[in-house]
Design a protein around this ligand. Structure first.
Ligand SMILES: [Zn+2]
Length: 85
């Protein structure tokens, strides 16, 4: 997984690949750009995640599901979440 990090001190934003259980490691070590401690935060990109989630549902259910999905979207709006179970 690739995560985005931001340093409050030098205002640098960068991406790093980490396993999910180690994703907060860069926030616990000094900034790789300016060496400041405790100034790194992990950024959250909810837009990217929901986009991937929608693709996952389509892949899981197959092509025939696309028409049903379209109807659900029309009825419930783009902000609704679709249960896979
Ligand atoms: Zn920094």
């Amino acid at each position: 997984m690739t995560y985005e990090y931001n340093c409050k001190k030098c205002k640098t934003t960068w991406e790093e690949g980490w396993p999910m259980d180690k994703r907060d490691t860069p926030t616990e070590i000094p900034c790789p750009h300016c060496n400041a401690e405790g100034s790194v935060t992990r950024l959250i990109s909810p837009t990217k995640m929901s986009y991937q989630g929608r693709h996952g549902v389509q892949k899981l259910a197959g092509d025939g599901w696309n028409d049903v999905l379209k109807k659900i979207k029309t009825n419930a709006g783009p902000k609704s979440t679709i249960e896979t179970r």
